[in-house]
Ligand binder design. Structure first.
Ligand code: 9WO
Length: 252
């Protein structure tokens, strides 16, 4: 997969996409991330990429012309069609389902705004989809683009080693992850659930599933409503809830 990012800070995008699993995906030739600076496509002597907003008020708006010229160069670099995504707080919320959909594309173009954002006419003309990573305001779209690149990049076939297979991910089945434990010199095995040291792999699988269900019930009941649990899941969750209520008496 090829991801092109239109940004005033291409170095940040390149640097963040060079780390960890996503960096390894690039080294393996599974993913190519390219940064493009609209400033390189500004035509005036000052290489302006922004101007004052119509209607007045504080701040600046990114000019359509350098963005259009930059995007034309991005499109000319590869013949494959690419959806154009603008990262902004006004977008639809990014979900794991949307990440999977984007990860299946051969190409993707991400637009990063700065200042107060992009000229609306450029958005209307060129943007296929506006996406938000959460309900907060950043100083620009780059961190959001880095999030998309990370989430999409790690899903490229062959990017993950067996150990961190995407099938084991929190959210792949609509539930939160179970707790994890490893060796501690200072604490020994204190506080580690006994089942994890039992060697009974069926029991361990059941415990982990129950913890996923229970934690989703406690922390994200909104997810649970849409998870579609079978009889076995419902029984595990009921048992978790009974235990939790016994451990947390009301008013105690
Ligand atoms: C800045 C600003 C300043 C004064 C009054 C209103 C204002 N709005 C903004 C603003 O929304 N700036 C954005 C900064 C313009 C587009 C790029 N920026 C951005 C993207 N901030 N946060 C994101 C973002 C992207 C995806 N998901 C979450 C947040």
């Amino acid at each position: 997969m090829r991801i092109d990012v239109v940004t005033l800070f291409p170095d940040f995008i390149r640097d963040s996409a060079a780390l960890g699993v996503v960096g390894r995906a690039q080294e393996r030739g599974l993913l190519a991330v390219h940064g493009w600076n609209p400033r390189d496509y500004a035509t005036d002597a000052y290489r302006r990429v922004d101007d004052r907003p119509f209607g007045g008020g504080p701040g600046m708006v990114m000019l359509a012309e350098p963005l259009s010229a930059c995007l034309a160069a991005v499109r000319a670099a590869d013949p494959a069609a690419a959806p154009v995504v603008y990262l902004s707080p006004q977008g639809a919320r990014l979900t794991q389902a949307k990440v999977r959909q984007l990860a299946a594309q051969p190409r993707l173009v991400l637009l990063c705004g700065r200042y107060e954002g992009l000229d609306e006419r450029f958005i209307a003309r060129e943007v296929d989809e506006e996406l938000s990573i959460g309900d907060y305001v950043l100083s620009g779209g780059e961190l959001a683009a880095a999030v998309v690149i990370d989430a999409v990049g790690r899903l490229q076939e062959g990017a993950l080693n067996h150990a961190d297979s995407a099938l084991q991910d929190s959210f792949e089945d609509g539930l939160l992850d179970c707790p994890h434990f490893t060796r501690s010199e200072a604490e020994g095995t204190g506080g580690v659930p006994a089942v994890l040291m039992s060697g009974d792999h069926a029991a361990i699988r059941r415990w982990r599933r129950q913890q996923s269900l229970g934690r989703t019930w406690l922390r994200r009941p909104d997810l649970l409503a849409r998870a579609g649990l079978d009889r076995a899941d419902r029984a595990l969750l009921e048992q978790f809830i009974t235990q939790w209520r016994a451990d947390h008496p009301a008013g105690g």
